[in-house]
Design a protein around this ligand. Structure first.
Ligand code: ZN
Length: 314
């Protein structure tokens, strides 16, 4: 809920809240996320409030009407999220968006598109959205996110209302392992729902299980993995989490400080079962297979492949 950010983002909260209540939303926002670790959830909370059919009735934003729930589930047709495909946002991604958004909204009267890394728009891609930004359509709202607004092309910057999020008081060192993992997960992609804590936990459990049971893990992939990790985006996130986990296990073996996790029994156990070199090989294999996810490899086969490859069978 947007109201949940009253304290942590007082200024931006007020600006957006006012705009929503008075129906005076800008057609394009460029939000500098800076050091605010919860920036994506913040953005979604704003969009939810903006689109919520109850927004005028309730004093506080509802966040739990049917529509808000559909938005949470990631299946709301009037919101489109664009993230870099590889290093850059491709021109085709924006052309597809334009095609899709040429028609009127099916639900409500507003459509929103989010560009998660507006600094990854190169000139040709940027040109294709300038028209969107130049000829504002009352029913279309653009929300562009970036770490640093000065990395965004000035042609785009000048056409947006710029908002800067206040960086969190907590420095990176003070984040809990879960908060750090969330940051990692959310930089991988942005379509992950609110159950992200649960998913992160399942991914770690999977690695812990695999380290004890090796090839037998193949029999339990359904229960350990397939029920929780679904679709390309979640696979990419999950692989990044596994890579991060093994990296910290390597740090532990090498007596270096851990970057994300806190030392626990599982990490100690895995460290005694593997040499540093073996962990490095596992990290390499995860990195290799993570690359394949981009190419729409059949994800159900990918996990079999992963386990066999970690075991050195293939
Ligand atoms: Zn609602």
């Amino acid at each position: 809920m947007l109201d949940g950010y009253k304290q942590s983002q007082p200024i931006v909260y007020k600006i957006l809240k006012n705009a929503i209540i008075n129906d005076k939303c800008s057609h394009a926002y460029l939000i500098e996320t800076g050091g605010f670790y919860d920036s994506f959830n913040f953005t979604m909370a704003f969009i939810k409030s903006l689109l919520c059919p109850q927004k005028k009735l309730a004093k506080e934003n509802c966040g739990n009407c049917h529509q808000c729930e559909v938005i949470d589930s990631g299946n709301f047709p009037e919101i489109e999220i664009i993230a870099p495909d590889g290093l850059w946002i491709k021109k085709e991604q924006l052309q597809n968006l334009q095609k899709e958004f040429n028609t009127k909204a099916l639900i409500g009267n507003k459509r929103v598109y989010i560009i998660t890394k507006a600094d990854r728009l190169n000139k040709s891609a940027a040109n294709s959205i300038l028209k969107f930004l130049e000829e504002p359509d009352n029913n279309l709202v653009a929300v562009l996110l970036t770490d640093n607004i000065y990395n965004v092309l000035s042609t785009i910057r000048s056409r947006c209302q710029v908002l800067k999020l206040k960086s969190s008081n907590i420095s990176k060192e003070n984040l809990t392992p879960l908060q750090k993992l969330k940051q990692i997960a959310l930089t991988q992609n942005t379509k992950i729902d609110e159950e992200i804590d649960n998913k992160i936990e399942k991914v770690i459990n999977f690695v812990n299980y695999y380290e004890k049971n090796h090839l037998n893990t193949l029999l339990y992939i359904g229960k350990l993995w397939n029920e929780y990790i679904i679709g390309k985006d979640e696979y990419e996130m999950a692989f990044e989490i596994m890579i991060t986990y093994y990296k910290d296990i390597l740090n532990y073996i090498l007596n270096k400080p851990l970057e994300v996790f806190e030392i626990n029994e599982n990490i100690k156990n895995i460290a005694t079962l593997n040499t540093a070199e073996e962990i490095c090989q596992k990290i390499n294999k995860l990195v290799e297979l993570k690359e394949l996810i981009k190419y729409n490899i059949n994800t159900s086969l990918l996990m079999d492949k992963l386990i066999m490859s970690l075991e050195g069978v293939i």
